[in-house]
Design a protein around this ligand. Sequence first.
Ligand code: UDP
Length: 367
Amino acid sequence: MKIFTVIGARPQFIKAAVVSRAFRELRPDVREILVHTGQHYDANMSDVFFDELEIPRPNHNLGIGGGTHGQNTGRMLEKLEELMLLERPDWVLVYGDTDSTLAGALAASKLHIRVAHVEAGLRSFNRRMPEEINRILTDHVSTLLFAPTDLAVSNLRNEGVSDEKISLVGDVMCDAAAFYKTRGRKPIWFDTLRLGIDEFVLCTMHRAENTDEPDRMRRIFQGLEKSGLPIILPLHPRTRAKLKQANLKLPSNVYGVDPVGYLEMIWLEAHCKLVATDSGGVQKEAYFNKKYCVTLREETEWVELVDAGLNELVGFDPQKIAEALQSERQFLSGTYLYGNGRSAEQIITRLLTIAGGEDATNRSVQD
Ligand code: UDP
């Protein structure tokens, strides 16, 4: 069997790392063709993950990044179609909600190649987010939908997706958190900040809705400043560029650093006081590390965390942000919300079961 995996952005490298490793360990007979679209291309947004997470070098790198959504998606579609025709895979595997996800799913479905979507069924119900459009479209052209949560399953059912296409497998990021837990690495600059363990807030912010509106970005930084807490902020390249464009300086309690590798990130998550973020992945990693999360958005796809009282949605109101950060809320242990850390195994089993037998699911998509 041949799998054609499309990745392109930081969170996809992390998700694909666990599934790819599971393939190599459990089914070395399966050939995985790894295609990097080039959506994230800086060394600290791409190469570092291949090195640290021991992901094999991509078989193809399309070098497509830096354009608008339309430009990127269009160029990826064209190149991916060419490669799929050349490689003739049994499955195309896509992850998450980026332009690379959508381009991979769309190219494959038009060629009548079966598509499996990992992290299917998530919805923010905010269609102004590019990620939401990518998720919805990808789910509806996919053959198999690997949903991380019960809620994701019901979102898909509510949109009329038939049950035989959906598999509840838990979250591959939970697999990653469990596997890399003991391999966290303290960043070399950490001691120079003279911050104590469990004393700082770890913050990430890169969603277009926050960075592309200067007033909104300004208000978020006002909130971070108002909290008075020491804040470590690994700066996503988009955020860095937008700060410059808006002529905004970081407040003195916010330590902006370059993006860190995954192993440094999990060390920071394990040793911070709490997390403030607009990232999907980081919200869950806060939970895996038993840290309270203040989410710099008005809605989230990971609603279970909010319902469990482990995550607070504060949007971009400075007062709300500052109060939430200062609130000294404690993390309350809960049940396993995202599976048992063996999602990759379940994904592989399901893919192989279908590959070995009837594929009625596939026909219903392709006809
Ligand atoms: N991450 C990282 N270094 C950083 C910031 C984030 O390794 O400087 C990791 C983080 O631990 C998580 C993933 O990147 O696993 C989340 O990616 P991102 O926030 O870019 O995307 P999202 O999850 O919002 O789609």
